[in-house]
Design a protein around this ligand. Structure first.
Ligand SMILES: *Cc1c(COP(=O)(O)O)cnc(C)c1O
Length: 360
């Protein structure tokens, strides 16, 4: 059986070693006589999985002790409502930077709960850059300041965090989770859906500074109340058990390879191969300003729709799948998350060079 190179933005590739380990443990997890899929989430054996995953995550991300780690459901999109319900309750205000569709959705959802200000936006150029921020625009008494760290659809990333002073900074890191070290202590909360870089779909990881908790408004649904989830160690109800197990295997894989510094180095190497090619190609062009380029999502275009379509079709036939850009942008996008091997990028670039030669 031949496996394809999958450039999907999410759900996306998982490390082959992880899939093999999961397959080997499918029928009998560590002598329990059961699959992890079948286990009680309150059993001792499962407890070691969820606790183990949290421990590994804390270790890899160097999460300070005064932060809670929550394993939740509902996707990143559910947090768009949970965040204002839990945190927008002192002055009822929050600031947002609109760097793409995910930031905008979070902003729009939060508007249901309080006064939201878009302090900057890069909508004028199809979100192809991270806007410069003017501190004078920031709301001094905002309950939090919200960013989407890596913009999955457009391929931009913050290389420098906004300086929000005493205002808590919250970041959606769905598509750059565990792709490089981050300083968790700079944030009041970071969170992300797991299906881009951490696990299959169904799990959302929220890392929240403890002093943020306890202010949820009364109408907050129990399932969206971070304090309740934290008090119950993410086991208020049935968690996404199997997804958390795969998450643990991915974290073990990361630790084995040397942690986040090592994966960062590999991600830089991978992205450089693709960006160098794009910068030198006469047919293909990256769409993002060089200083804001993401290591994870690389959108690119040719100057013709027909050529884009032809490229996507031929690439798919050759085993490079899911290269079609997001429907709101068009063109192509290669999502090159942690699990994409260097070889996958090398082969893609080889294929692109051949396509360019054959079609110019
Ligand atoms: C994919 C994505 C989302 C949406 O995630 P769901 O889990 O599908 O709700 C939100 N933010 C970012 C940055 C994403 O990449």
């Amino acid at each position: 059986m031949a496996r394809v190179y999958n450039f999907s933005a999410g759900p996306s590739m998982l490390p082959e070693e992880v899939l093999k380990k999961a397959a080997a443990e499918m029928l009998d997890y560590e002598g329990s006589g059961q699959s992890v899929m079948e286990m009680s989430h309150r059993s001792k054996v499962y407890d070691s999985i969820i606790k183990g995953a949290e421990q590994l995550l804390r270790e890899l991300m160097n999460i300070p002790d005064n932060y809670k780690v929550l394993f939740l459901q509902g996707g990143a999109s559910t947090q768009f409502a949970a965040i204002p319900l839990n945190f927008m309750n002192k002055n009822g205000k929050a600031d947002f930077v609109i760097t793409g569709q995910w930031a905008k959705k979070a902003y729009q959802e939060a508007q249901k709960y309080g006064e939201c200000k878009a302090v900057a936006s890069s909508a004028d150029k199809t979100f192809s850059y991270i806007p410069k921020l003017d501190k004078n625009e920031f709301t001094k008494d905002a309950d939090y300041f919200y960013i989407c760290m890596n913009n999955t659809i457009y391929g931009t990333v913050y290389h420098e965090l906004p300086d929000t002073g005493d205002v808590p900074l919250i970041a959606d890191v769905s598509s750059c989770f565990l792709s490089e070290p981050i300083d968790v202590s700079k944030f009041a909360m970071v969170y992300g859906g797991a299906q881009k870089n951490v696990a299959p779909a169904g799990l959302t990881i929220c890392i929240i500074r403890e002093d943020m908790l306890g202010n949820a408004r009364d109408i907050t649904p129990t399932m969206l109340n971070y304090q309740i989830m934290a008090d119950n160690d993410s086991l208020y109800n049935t968690p996404p058990c199997y997804t958390i197990y795969i998450c643990k295997l991915v974290l073990e894989w990361l630790k084995e390879m040397g942690g986040l510094e090592a994966i960062k180095e590999r991600n830089i190497k991978k992205a450089k191969i693709l960006y160098d090619f794009l910068d030198n190609s006469k047919m293909f062009k990256g769409t993002v300003v060089p200083e804001d380029r993401s290591l994870m999502n690389v959108p690119f275009v040719t100057d013709s729709e027909e050529l884009n379509a032809k490229f996507i079709k031929e690439a798919t036939d050759a085993g490079f799948v899911n290269l079609k850009g997001h429907r709101s942008v068009g063109g192509m996008r290669a999502s090159i998350y942690n699990a994409m091997p260097v070889e996958g990028i090398e082969k893609l670039v080889e294929f692109m060079a051949e396509f360019e030669k054959a079609n110019s």
